[in-house]
Design a protein around this ligand. Structure first.
Ligand SMILES: [Zn+2]
Length: 487
């Protein structure tokens, strides 16, 4: 239900001046504040992530869990009052982790806690045994001589730092993504990295690698932080350190999956879309609560609140639960491969893929003259302790291909302090979701999505952002073609 003031304004000249003063009516701002406060009091997001992690569990692309997640999402979205629930078929890569044995054989035998990087090949059946050569960073390895690396197991030791921002992740994720092919290109037998994760628990963090076409594929694994510490101390001792590595990881034939799409239909601007995205797939070590059960829950709960409020938004609010984000971004590519006139219908995109912890700021990349509209929306989030953010965002890995086609984006920027403790690890489970914090994030999403659906004139078009980050999801595409370093 659009406000009376607006309806009157359609025919009256009064609207002209009102629209100049603000693209949002007082009634819309009030409605957004009410949805915000409702979410804060209990958004239902926690129940959604509990359902997904308990009833489906891990759901890597192409697995039985993936298929179960697609079924779950269809039922859940319809059950929560969303309309036009449908599947966009997506062909996804299917990689199997298999088993891993990692142990030092010199200076003394010790089992290490490790896991294969997503997309890694396995070792020969008898495993690989070789001396370790350590480099801290990927750049150090790039500058290494072939003679130092050939036949050895490269160890990248760089530690990931925790921060409210994803900076630490951006600094080390290349070790995982590009390390295997850099090491392979220098003749290494295998690669092990210190996990791109911040916990001191003895758990490894997986995540996709990206083999390049011009380097031999070598097996690659991540070590838990305490095991990486041990290797470093052994190496500091100056004696040769040898590692035995046996992995049975492998690629299976591509499989059928789907993006799950659902909507809160709009009214007078129903053809225009405000997209709320999250990814339905997860890695397999935990149950994918923070990555990205939380995002699925946030966008689903936010859309559901609008659907059940009895208020018909002007624009259509569309939820897209993407397939195969973690490995090759197959769902994002499929969705973005629409005709230009379909892409042009997307007025704004938001993606939730930063766990369930507190929202700190609202970042936005919109057409320059639309900044005042962002400020108006940010003001509604202020009671949540959310600050006006930066005039830029990289959105997220799944919506980046839309941004690359000019679709404006906002990002409810969340606190990353705890995120990398459990990210991609066996510790990514429901106990990491804090009910109060995920309600606060959902409150930000529901208010933002609703106001974006109402705003007179929309957000314009953006210049495609520069692709400064390497792909983070093991895509077979060229380095630099991926998006934000967020997964
Ligand atoms: Zn994710």
């Amino acid at each position: 239900m659009r406000s009376i003031a607006w309806l009157a304004g359609v025919t009256g000249s009064l609207l002209g001046s009102a629209a100049l003063a603000g693209a949002l009516s007082p009634e819309d701002l009030e409605t957004a504040a009410r949805l915000r406060d409702q979410a804060l009091a209990g958004s239902g997001a926690y129940e959604i992530v509990a359902s997904l992690t308990t009833e489906v569990g891990p759901r890597p692309a192409g697995s039985a869990g993936d298929r179960a997640a697609v079924d779950w999402a269809q039922r859940k979205l319809a059950g929560l009052g969303l309309s036009n629930v449908r599947l966009q078929p997506v062909v996804v890569p299917h990689w199997e982790r298999g088993t891993i044995e990692a142990r030092t054989t010199a200076p003394f035998p010790q089992q290490l806690v490790a896991t294969a990087l997503g997309g890694s090949i396995g070792t020969p059946e008898q495993g690989i045994e070789a001396e370790i050569v350590r480099y801290e960073k990927l750049d150090d390895l790039r500058n290494a001589s072939r003679a130092d690396v050939e036949g050895r197991i490269v160890f990248l030791s760089q530690r990931t730092r925790a921060s409210t921002r994803p900076d630490g992740y951006a600094a080390t994720v290349y070790n995982r993504v590009a390390g295997p092919s850099v090491a392979g290109g220098l003749g290494a037998a295998a690669l092990v990295i210190r996990s791109v994760g911040t916990t001191s628990d003895r758990v490894p963090h997986t995540g996709a690698l990206s083999y390049t076409v011009n380097a031999p594929k070598i097996p690659a694994a991540a070590l838990s932080n305490p095991d990486a510490d041990l290797l470093e101390r052994m190496l500091d001792g100056g004696q040769p350190v040898k590692l035995h590595l046996k992995m049975t990881s492998r690629d299976l034939p591509y499989a059928a999956s789907a993006n799950v799409i659902a909507e809160v239909p709009g009214s007078d601007l129903a053809d225009e879309i405000v997209l709320l995205g999250a990814h339905l797939d997860s890695w397999d070590l935990g149950t994918g609560a923070i990555d990205d059960g939380a995002g699925v829950a946030i966008v689903t709960a936010a859309a559901s609140m609008i659907a059940r409020s009895g208020i018909k938004p002007r624009r259509t609010v569309r939820v897209v639960l993407y397939a195969s984000e973690e490995y090759m971004l197959a769902g994002a590519s499929a969705y973005a491969r629409q005709p230009p006139d379909e892409i042009a219908r997307h007025v704004l995109a938001l993606e939730a893929d930063s766990g369930g912890d507190r929202a700190l700021a609202l970042d936005a990349l919109v057409q320059e003259d639309k900044r005042p509209l962002v400020d108006e929306i940010a003001a509604v989030l202020e009671p949540l302790g959310i600050e006006p953010g930066e005039a830029t965002t990289r959105g997220g890995a799944d919506i980046f291909p839309l941004m690359a086609q000019g679709v404006p984006a906002m990002q409810v920027r969340q606190d990353w302090t705890r995120y990398l403790d459990a990210h991609h690890s066996p510790n990514d489970n429901l106990d990491k979701i804090d009910r109060e914090q995920i309600d606060q994030v959902t409150a930000a999403y529901v208010a933002t999505a609703f106001l974006a659906a109402q705003a007179e004139g929309g957000f314009g078009r953006i210049e495609p952002p520069k692709r400064t980050f390497a792909p983070t999801s093991g895509s077979g595409t060229a380095p630099g073609s991926g998006s934000a370093a967020r997964d």
